[in-house]
Design a protein. Sequence first.
Length: 219
Amino acid sequence: MSGNRYGDLEITDPKAMRALAHPVRLAVLERLQRHGPATATQLSPHVGATPSVTSWHLRHLAGFGLVRDAQGSADRRERRWEAVARGFRFEVPEDEEGRSAARGLSGEMFASVAELPLSWLTGTEPRLEPEWTRHAGVANTRIVMSAEELAALHVELENLLAPYVTRDRAEWPSGSRGVKLLLYALPEAAGDDTDAPDGADAPDGADAPDGADETSAPA
């Protein structure tokens, strides 16, 4: 881990990873993290499940310490839930069971945002003001580095973003709005580097689609 400056919940149990590797549970957790405490009935229309099914998923998440009863919730007939932390993170364990569980969770997380960039481009971008569209877009850059350097890069990125992730609502500047940052670090496998001598690649420049802002992060 890189110090966990975001205050994320750190998941190490493969069983918890498998529990979270479900589209409804991921949607429930994200909704609670973003919008705060809610009942199963309130969550239902946003997560694609009936209130009873949503309630079952909430209890399953609670069993692994991912959600809990909301503070100050006294009405047991309308049970209000809250996320335990503002986010979560996990590392890929070394054993096969853990690797399989982490791979399954990663797959669900990839799938949950697979359509987000295109839906943003067609549904949100046309409604943005020019000062926002100038700084939005996509970057697709290939770099060459060691595993140790990649780990250090994660630390640097987290240190850079942490003040924005953790600051209180009262500290938001006037005119602030949510920005979705999608970061994919996808190392190539050994033997894939066939375009340079001695197994070492020469660094490529940014390779972004036509019209994309090569210096901006995905929104």
